[in-house]
Structures are given as C-alpha cells and as structure tokens.
Write a new protein. Structure first.
Lengths: 113, 115
C-alpha cells in the first residue's frame, strides 16, 4: 500500500533551537519527494524537491535529506524562528504513468520565544 | 508569483444545499486540482483537470462534481451538501501534464461547515 508516514505528529521547540522532522514512505514507483510548509489558514508552499539520485537539498535554514534505499527523508530546521511555526507535509510522487501524489499527514511545529 | 485564489475563506451551508467553490489561477497553468484536508488524514484528491472541459476523478469523488469552462477557473460543486463534507478545501494548479516534477501551487483554502 502506498503510504507516507510522518513523525512526530507535533513538536514544540524554543526559538533558536534546531529540529528534525521525519518522513518514511512505502510508495512505489518513486519519482520525487517534496516537503511543503503550511502556515495556519493558508495553502501549502513547496520548500524542497528531491529525486531518486539526490540525497540532500537546502533552502535557507531548511535542509532536506533523502535515503532512497531505506525510503526515509528528513527535514532539518536550523536556528528556528517564530515564523517556522507551521505544519510540514511530506509528499511523494509516484511518477509515470499516474503522476499521483501521496501526502503525509504532516508534523505540526510550534516555536515559542 | 503564481497566484491561486479561492472565492471564499469561510463558508457555512445547510444540509442539502448546493455549494459552489470557485478557484482561479493567473499563471496559465494547464493542470488544476481540488483536495480536501482533514485532521489526521492529510490531503486527499477529489478531482483534477488537465485541460478545459476535461475532468478526472481523484481518490474521493463521491458527492462532488467539477466544472472547467475556462483554463484559469476550476469549480467544485457539492450537489447536496452533507455534514461529512465539512472540511478544508484546497485548490491547486501546476504547469504541464507530463511531468511528476511539477510543483503544485495551492490556494489559501476554503473552510466549509455544513450544518
């Protein structure tokens, strides 16, 4: 069954601290994996995309890693800011022919001062 | 910047009412999508469209229909709203059909409550 599981479900950290969010998937075939950030009351916005051959991708203070062998990805946030408070959603694309996206249920991150 | 707009941020309707949710994108994208988002379930695809007047069912099309008369506009229709359709509805668009690398750009969402 094609699934994307994220952990933890929720996380609370203090401003300035680092954190890592996890994503495990059982999707096959695999084309690419994206991390989206969804602020409260808004639609998701793409942070990174990684294909099978990429194992790390950065976007500012966000660094995503991918281990295609173990089917795991992580999103590391460095020096967290209050504006990082959001839900982070891992999305895996099955690729041709369906191009179907499989969404994780997200990790809710709260950053406190 | 790509902009995807949805007609309402919040909507309250009664059981049995016909509900229209409108979505407009301004970047000439070919693909448009409707999702619903529920706690603990993630985003689930209702319908999508790769071209004008074209539609395809997603994972949970029951109780919904769609209309795409113009390239920039994709409407979701609840023919007879029910309480289990209370949810956050998200519209998205992306550029070309033949690529799984397409980023989907999302609208702000419509939170629909059916009483």
């Amino acid at each position: 069954k094609n699934q994307v599981e994220q952990s933890p479900q929720s996380l609370i950290i203090l401003e300035g601290k680092n954190c890592t969010l996890q994503c495990n998937y059982t999707v096959s075939p695999f084309s690419n994996l994206r991390w989206y950030k969804q602020d409260t009351g808004r639609g998701p916005v793409s942070l990174t995309i990684m294909t099978f051959s990429e194992n790390t991708k950065s976007n500012g203070r966000y660094t995503a890693t991918l281990d295609a062998d173990t089917k795991q990805s992580s999103l590391h946030i460095t020096a967290s800011q209050l504006s990082d408070s959001a839900s982070y959603i891992c999305v895996v694309s099955k690729g041709a022919p369906s191009d179907k996206l499989i969404f994780g249920t997200g990790t809710r991150l709260q950053v406190f001062p | 910047d790509v902009k995807v707009t949805q007609s309402s941020r919040y909507l309250v309707k009664r059981t049995g009412e016909k509900v229209f949710l409108e979505c407009v994108q301004d970047m000439d994208h070919e693909n448009m999508f409707w999702y619903r988002q529920d706690p603990g379930l993630g985003l689930r695809l209702i319908y999508f469209s790769y071209d004008v007047k074209m539609k395809e069912k997603g994972d949970i099309p029951e109780g919904y229909s769609v209309s795409r008369e113009k390239k920039e506009r994709f409407s979701l229709i609840l023919e007879s709203a029910s309480t289990n359709q209370t949810s956050m509805y998200l519209c998205a668009s992306s550029r070309h059909r033949v690529s799984s690398y397409n980023e989907q750009f999302f609208g702000p969402g419509t939170r629909l409550t059916v009483l």
